[in-house]
Design a protein around this ligand. Structure first.
Ligand SMILES: NC(=O)c1ccc[n+]([C@@H]2O[C@H](COP(=O)([O-])OP(=O)(O)OC[C@H]3O[C@@H](n4cnc5c(N)ncnc54)[C@H](O)[C@@H]3O)[C@@H](O)[C@H]2O)c1
Length: 330
């Protein structure tokens, strides 16, 4: 198959491109401009594979699409500006890049006749609905109404871009008869996920032997899904004809846990026993997030299997090495 993975130097895009290119019959074209994903050793090894092509391009620029030629069977569109800090500090960039790169890609898909297109949305597209209706919609099905609860709050730049992206994908693809899928990822974790998320932040504090060890809130729950499961689910959705024209939640609903319990598990793995200091939860924090993954199972037969107990020891070692390297360089 000829495949495009956009955002392939980012967290999930890298793991997806690596997984898909392990099948030597696939030719995988990775597109990214390193806005967020780094050209580190792992990424260099990925693009050194004989069946991987890397295009270092800004997808908001329309002229670059001339470099793509011929028919591609599958387009996985993951490129986006993500990251909570960006939602607040660069809300217009978040919206411009997320919406424009998608529109350019969709319009290219039509002219070149792509096989199937996938847009990656997020649980942020419905976070407002869950916050305004405590106790309802959990586990969350794909049919939940999407919402932006406050246009004045820059936080909604990202969720708003994902809602817009879903609307653009459905309406463009239906108009031009392109087979499409929309997936919504839920709390994916694994090595190379950057340094801004809760788990890398816990690993950093463990490395620095922070004591007392602060945790903000702690009672809120998330269902953490290992990236190895997420990429297999993503391919399963792409390859299933039953998923054409559908929205599918990807996550691990069997692993919903409180952040405080996640911290205790991580501390146990690291063999570190500090005093835990509970601080107020960040404002607007969603108390429960857990996808209903019944549709994913029904349409593809896929169920996430990897538990945090299985995945976190390797992830801890990986981050510990990176923090040690950073310390040497500073
Ligand atoms: N990680 C999660 O748990 C999660 C949850 C929900 C949704 N998502 C969505 O899944 C997708 C992948 O997420 P991720 O965590 O890997 O994010 P990421 O930030 O690690 O990767 C996104 C990649 O897109 C690239 N990019 C940004 N602007 C670009 C541009 N103009 N041209 C080309 N490339 C550009 C970045 O450089 C980055 O490498 C994103 O669309 C994200 O919104 C992720």
């Amino acid at each position: 198959m000829r495949i495009i993975v956009t955002g392939g130097s980012g967290f999930i895009g890298y793991h997806l491109a690596d997984y898909l290119s392990n099948n030597r019959k696939n030719e995988v074209t990775v597109i990214d401009n390193h806005e967020r994903g780094e050209p580190d050793e792992m990424f260099k090894a990925l693009i050194a594979k004989p069946n991987v092509i890397f295009l270092n391009q800004d997808m908001t620029r329309k002229d670059f699409y001339n470099e793509l030629s011929g028919r591609y069977d599958c387009i996985y569109h993951l490129a986006a500006i993500n990251g909570t800090k960006n939602f607040y500090e660069r809300p217009y960039d978040v919206m411009r890049v997320n919406i424009l790169s998608l529109m350019n890609m969709l319009e290219w898909c039509n002219t070149e006749n792509c096989g199937a297109f996938m847009f990656t949305s997020s649980s942020e597209a419905y976070a407002g609905t869950v916050t305004q209706n405590p106790g309802m919609y959990i586990p969350t099905k794909e049919t939940i109404p999407l919402s932006v609860t406050d246009v004045m709050n820059p936080r909604w730049s990202y969720g708003g871009s994902k809602i817009t992206g879903e609307l653009l994908t459905v309406n463009y693809c239906r108009t031009h008869n392109i087979s499409f899928r929309i997936i919504r990822y839920h709390n994916i974790y694994g090595v190379r996920m950057g340094y801004d998320h809760v788990l890398p932040e816990f690993f950093r504090r463990i490395h620095e032997r922070v004591n007392p060890f602060p945790v903000y809130g702690g009672e809120e729950t998330r269902a953490f899904c290992a990236v190895e499961d997420a990429v297999m689910a993503t391919e399963a959705v792409m390859l299933s004809q039953k998923c054409s024209g559908e929205i599918v939640h990807i996550g691990n609903s069997s692993q919903e846990m409180k952040i405080i319990d996640l911290l205790k598990l991580v501390l146990k793995i690291a063999g570190y026993n500090p005093e835990i200091k509970i601080l107020p939860a960040p404002e607007g924090c969603v108390m429960r997030r857990c996808p209903d993954t019944g549709k994913l199972y029904e349409l593809t037969g896929f169920r996430a299997m990897v538990t945090p107990e299985q995945a976190l020891p390797e992830m801890y070692r990986w981050y510990e090495e990176r923090y040690k390297e950073r310390e040497k360089l500073s």
